[in-house]
Design a protein around this ligand. Structure first.
Ligand code: HAM
Length: 422
């Protein structure tokens, strides 16, 4: 039998789990600072939640199958459709705005590259019920707050920001009907990933000539809001919204991290407005996180639309980046005491002492087998305990136990009654 987990998936041994919990702790704490509430949903969903027809990779990569009852189901590749489903379920009873976060495991049958696996955990923060870019500004501030907490700076990481509305006018002017705009966005997102001829063929099928593709590429090459205003006019909706967003970012103190970049369109069908992606400035890694506004997702599920925006932030790329930068801390196991009885007849006493210490809130590793004292010290050292609590016959007869502080090496005898109490 093969001992490795399925290709593209990970086992989390205790060391890995410690790191994962540390990272998730920062996800959760950042979400708390921004007053987001945590939610969750099943990892298994109905397949129909994801059968969008815009040609997105995420749909092609679906882990889908028929369950024993003949239902078409899929492992979620992302959280947004589940969130939309939950929001629709609550309907009018939900007090808006909603600020919710989650850290789901997501499954995609990806072609594997550095930073892309077949399962990943994805921190999601989403806001429902806020139509203005104030919501996007809050999300971008949360992301940069998170980066700062980990020791990353705006010289290490940037966030490229644009809006789907930048392309919208240009594409419509080329004669593409509005309902096909989404497909164009999904294709445009692949421009730097696939050969130009392959994309041109698909663009052509949507009514775009090679000359139209050139005009789209010209627009995508814009890198400043002033250039954008020149190209689209000061009154253009995208220009107005993006200017407002960058101004809000100044107020949050996170403008250094952000840059306008018209080439960001994102590969998911449902975005309707501002879109953004964080990247490492050395350029060696895939996108660190991505998100945007999706004001019309609910109506695609047959519900009434509510303005919404959010982001997904995977656990894989960020850990690669932190490791490259030497920013992963030494994480201790967190054991306080190793309790050791010198002889079998003191075992009963040892477990009483261990229970007492546990009631006082200390983490206690009680040595369960007959071992030599040397072993107990080596063991304590290996698991990073801070103290060894020894039960020896002479001391115990006097109602005392011996403590050794492993950081100072200091040994003291204390009376049982002086052990910490809850
Ligand atoms: P996404 O761009 O598909 O967006 O994924 C968001 C992030 O998840 C990526 O930037 C990356 O950090 C991580 N990620 C995605 N696929 C993989 C993979 N195969 N391996 C490792 N990490 C991965 C979404 O999923 C949207 N639902 C995000 C969103 C939430 N938009 C609005 N709200």
């Amino acid at each position: 039998m093969k001992l490795a987990p399925p290709r593209g998936t990970r086992d989390f041994f205790p060391d890995d789990m410690r790191l994962r919990n540390w990272l998730f702790g920062h996800f959760r704490e950042t979400a708390r600072l921004f007053a987001f509430e945590e939610y969750d949903a099943p990892v298994l969903e109905s397949e129909e939640l994801y059968t969008r027809k815009a040609g997105e990779d995420i749909v092609k990569q679906l882990y889908n199958f028929e369950d024993k009852g003949g239902r078409a189901v899929a492992l979620r590749p992302e959280m947004t459709p589940s969130l939309a489903r939950m929001i629709l379920q609550k309907g009018k009873s939900l007090a808006l705005p909603v600020r919710w976060f989650s850290i789901p495991q997501c499954w995609r049958y990806e072609r594997m590259t550095r930073g892309r696996k077949r399962e990943h955990y994805q921190w999601n923060m989403d806001v429902f019920g806020v139509p203005g870019v104030g919501a996007e500004a809050e999300l971008l501030s949360a992301i940069t707050t998170f980066f700062s907490r980990l020791g990353l700076q705006s010289t290490d990481v940037g966030i490229r920001v644009s809006s789907r509305k930048v392309l919208q006018g240009v594409v419509e002017a080329e004669g593409v009907p509005p309902e096909r705009f989404t497909e164009v966005c999904v294709l445009v997102d692949k421009l730097d990933k696939l050969p130009r001829d392959a994309i041109e063929k698909d663009m052509n099928a949507l009514g775009l000539s090679p000359a139209s593709v050139d005009r789209i590429l010209d627009t995508l090459s814009l890198r400043s809001l002033d250039e954008l205003a020149q190209a689209l006019g000061d009154e253009n909706e995208a220009v107005i919204e993006l200017r407002e967003l960058f101004q809000l970012a100044e107020g949050y103190g996170c403008a250094d991290w952000l840059q306008f970049d018209a080439s960001v369109v994102r590969g998911l069908a449902y975005y309707t407005g501002v879109v953004f992606e964080a990247f490492d400035r050395q350029g060696s890694l895939r996108a660190i996180c991505g998100g945007g506004r999706y004001d019309h997702l609910l109506s695609t599920f047959g519900g009434k639309d509510i303005p919404a925006c959010g982001f997904g932030f995977g656990d894989v790329v960020i850990l690669e980046l932190l490791s490259d930068k030497g920013l992963i801390p030494e994480l201790e196991g967190g054991v306080d005491d190793v309790v050791f009885a010198f002889s079998e007849d003191l075992r009963g006493a040892a477990l009483q002492v261990a229970s007492h210490l546990r009631e006082a809130g200390r983490s206690v590793d009680l040595v369960l087998e007959a071992r030599k004292v040397k072993w107990a010290f080596r063991h304590a050292d290996r698991i990073g305990a801070s103290r060894v609590v020894l039960l020896a016959p002479d001391e115990w007869a006097r109602g005392e136990i011996r403590l050794k502080d492993l950081s100072t090496g200091e040994e003291t005898n204390i009376a049982l009654d002086d052990l910490p109490t809850p």
